[in-house]
Write a protein of this length. Structure first.
Length: 251
């Protein structure tokens, strides 16, 4: 097929065979994964409810890289997915046949696609849970999560006014301070200076919360023995941080 007639994406880049297959059959492949008993963590209802976004995220973050390498737009970086696939081609020191290695590579490719799918679906589900939890939280600055899950990315992406997140972990209820920037080490509002490094009876006395457990010396997290205790600690921390912890005014 002449190059000017080759299928192209909307951005003008050429499709490879992998991209064309994903374009036409990717959604069916995702549904099939949910019915595969070996694909743990992939529920049919979750996939179907998010099928288009899931397909798009995998296309953008995974399939398009394959297209760019296969069509000569870029060279594969060392240990990138295309480079790893290339390592399955038998070299002159090996006696394995091309057909045998193709089947091994196909298993690797299927496992990689399944793992990418699980990662991207988990991102979508955690974001949705964060948005639902934030909408239900009594104070927009305190994110009350149903469990420990990734939450900071969704807060940054949606520009939510979250200062602290509350969630259960290993029997305690954590209070985690929101970083100012993605992957940053400073917090929008650190836990109070007076609480830094205190544990047990000391932090209980300082906070007035009977089941307070600790506050980290760096003030980015703390814990209580109950959700109510964690909420009280977060509320007291906001009071001590005024006016910097006030939520943005509507409009």
């Amino acid at each position: 097929m002449p190059a000017d007639q080759a299928p192209k994406r909307d951005d003008g880049h050429l499709y490879s065979s992998a991209g064309l297959i994903w374009r036409d059959f990717g959604r069916d492949a995702l549904r099939r994964m949910a019915s595969d008993h070996g694909a743990d963590g992939l529920r049919a209802d979750d996939i179907e409810a998010n099928i288009d976004e899931l397909w798009s995220r995998i296309d953008h973050g995974f399939i398009q890289q394959i297209d760019r390498v296969d069509t000569g737009h870029e060279k594969p970086a060392p240990l990138s997915y295309p480079d790893q696939i290339d390592t399955f081609n038998p070299n002159w020191t090996e006696e394995s046949s091309d057909d045998t290695q193709f089947l091994v590579a196909a298993d690797f490719a299927m496992d990689t696609l399944r793992r990418v799918t699980k990662r991207e679906l988990a991102h979508i589900l955690s974001r949705n849970l964060v948005l639902e939890a934030h909408a239900a939280s009594a104070d927009p600055r305190i994110l009350e999560l149903p469990r420990s899950l990734p939450w900071q990315g969704a807060v940054h992406e949606r520009d939510l006014p979250v200062v602290y997140a509350i969630y259960e972990r290993d029997g305690d209820w954590m209070i985690a301070a929101m970083p100012s920037t993605p992957s940053g080490y400073d917090q929008r509002v650190p836990l109070p200076k007076e609480w830094a490094g205190l544990r047990g009876a000391e932090i209980q006395k300082a906070t007035g919360v009977p089941d307070a457990v600790f506050v980290h010396a760096a003030r980015f997290c703390g814990a209580a023995g109950s959700k109510e205790g964690a909420l009280r600690m977060a509320g007291k921390a906001l009071e001590l941080a005024r006016p910097s912890a006030r939520p943005p005014s509507a409009g």
